[in-house]
Ligand binder design. Structure first.
Ligand SMILES: NC(=O)c1ccc[n+]([C@@H]2O[C@H](COP(=O)([O-])OP(=O)(O)OC[C@H]3O[C@@H](n4cnc5c(N)ncnc54)[C@H](O)[C@@H]3O)[C@@H](O)[C@H]2O)c1
Length: 461
């Protein structure tokens, strides 16, 4: 990986000036690849700021839904889609339209494979698809969370090798001879969205940007500066890639710490939630993290392992990440053991017991199932012979995913006394916990959703 200082002031060059001018005048045409939880809201933000936005996705169902003015993400209304369409937003699966774009932003998935290794196939597929249509002077930004080096070592070699015009990514500080007709610009800028968070507006979240050279940094900074209140330039794509991983590893490790302390507190008869609330009153040096039934979502359970994998190339073992992974991955097993123990206390075996799981989503009030601990908890309970049902207002049914095969339908919140145990895995705000405790025989609560309620029926785990 070449080092450079992209934060030096960019010197002028033809393709750069033209694109910067277009961005400032809101005339730049923006292509967003991957219209999921990250790409679609991003497309709408640019559209609100009067940019012409084209979304690219290989999922024809999504393209068709958007074409009809519909939405497939709970927190995005059809109204927002229709407004964006009136502003010129459209969605397509035709990669040939890349050549019409001035800036291309890639927001495709970055999962782990079955061996817990990075699966970059979505990034490489996308890059192979863009390359034949790449034009001089275009800006290509990768947003997908990934290990340091992906932009330079994976994305750029494909773009440079497979484009049809002999284009190269602009490198160095460009004070030498301008060759804009043979160059494109490249940067990495991580997504920092917090789904379900209504306290911080998306545009108030500072956007970190690392360009391959100063021009790329300035162009990406100007582009994102038109939709975010603050951009934070770093010296390279790798620094930007690492920044995102640091943020998520920080969360992963701290959540593991409180999960471990929760297990100790349970043995010691201390309420970990009371302890965290008290510690959080310290005005400096402490940030609260909360225990739970296991990690979920597309980021925290996955991203740290992108770095562990890359670190091996440098003969380096990321011990904090491995240890945090070990503690966090044990939490769903702890919840299942807690259910079995609570039933046992009431003279019932887990086998044959009727259990209602509340909440499938990986966290409160989101319509996202990815890596949700509920899925593995349900499978473990079923494996042990329990008759499991679930309720989740965001998921009327659940079928088959990459790691689960449930084929179940959400049950109404009725006749709660007919279940041997109600297990709270996701603490959606729409649930009336007082009513649930009143009607259920036994409530096992892995989220402290029943705080403030006093009943012998409640087992907090
Ligand atoms: N969801 C979040 O809250 C969040 C937050 C921060 C970072 N991220 C990162 O952002 C990236 C995207 O995450 P997401 O949650 O939006 O994923 P997602 O699965 O919701 O959306 C990805 C979209 O990309 C599309 N896609 C896949 N391959 C494609 C291809 N070759 N061409 C065009 N489209 C393609 C899929 O059909 C899908 O619509 C990931 O790297 C993720 O780690 C996500």
């Amino acid at each position: 990986m070449k080092k450079h200082s992209a934060t030096n002031r960019a010197t002028s060059r033809p393709g750069y000036d033209e694109l910067k001018d277009k961005i400032q005048k809101r005339e730049a045409r923006i292509g967003i690849i991957g219209l999921g939880y990250v790409g679609l809201p991003l497309a709408l933000l640019f559209s609100e700021q009067k940019f012409s936005v084209t979304g690219f996705d290989i999922d024809q169902r999504k393209v068709d839904t958007l074409a009809q003015g519909g939405s497939y993400i709970y927190r995005i209304s059809s109204d927002e889609i229709r407004k964006a369409k009136a502003q010129g937003f459209s969605a397509t699966s035709e990669y040939a339209r890349i050549l019409e774009m001035d800036a291309i932003i890639i927001c495709v998935p970055t999962p782990l494979n079955q061996y817990h290794e990075p699966d970059l196939s979505f990034i490489t597929d996308t890059t192979h698809a863009i390359a034949p249509h790449l034009q001089a002077g275009q800006l290509v930004v990768l947003e997908s969370t990934t290990y340091p080096g992906t932009t330079e070592e994976v994305m750029l070699p494909i773009l440079e090798k497979e484009n049809k015009k002999g284009l190269k990514a602009a490198r160095g500080d460009a004070s030498g001879k301008p060759s804009a007709e043979k160059e494109f610009f490249a940067a990495f800028s991580p997504e920092r969205e917090d789904p379900g968070n209504t306290t911080v507006a998306r545009r108030d979240i500072p956007k970190v940007v690392g360009g391959l050279n100063p021009q790329a940094s300035e162009l990406a900074g100007a582009l994102y500066g038109s939709i975010f209140h603050r951009t934070v330039p770093v010296s390279s794509p790798a620094a930007a890639e690492m920044t995102k991983l640091l943020e998520n590893i920080y969360r992963c490790v701290n959540i593991a710490l409180v999960n471990e302390l929760k297990l100790l507190c349970l043995r010691m008869g201390i309420d970990i939630w009371e302890v965290i609330a008290a510690a959080a009153t310290k005005p400096f040096g402490f940030q609260p993290f909360y225990p739970g039934p296991g990690l979920g979502g597309h980021c925290i359970p996955i991203d740290p392992f992108y770095l562990s994998w890359k670190a091996k190339e440098f003969d380096f073992s990321t011990r904090f990440i491995e240890l945090a992974g070990e503690v966090n991955e044990a939490m769903p097993y702890h919840v299942v053991a807690a259910v079995a123990s609570a039933l046992n206390q009431r003279g019932k075996p887990l086998k044959g017991s009727r259990i209602l799981v509340l909440g499938l989503a990986y966290k409160r009030d989101v319509d996202d199932l990815r890596e949700s601990p509920s899925l593995s908890i349900i499978e473990m309970l079923q494996h042990d012979g329990a008759a499991v049902s679930y309720n989740d207002p965001f998921f009327p049914s659940v079928g088959r995913g990459r790691k689960y095969n449930l084929n179940m339908e959400s049950r109404p919140l009725e006749n709660l006394g007919g279940y041997d145990c109600v297990l709270i895995v996701t603490d959606h705000t729409s649930y009336d916990y007082a009513r649930i405790v009143k009607e259920a025989q036994l409530v096992v609560d892995s989220r402290n959703a029943t705080r403030g309620l006093v009943s012998e029926k409640i087992v907090r785990c």
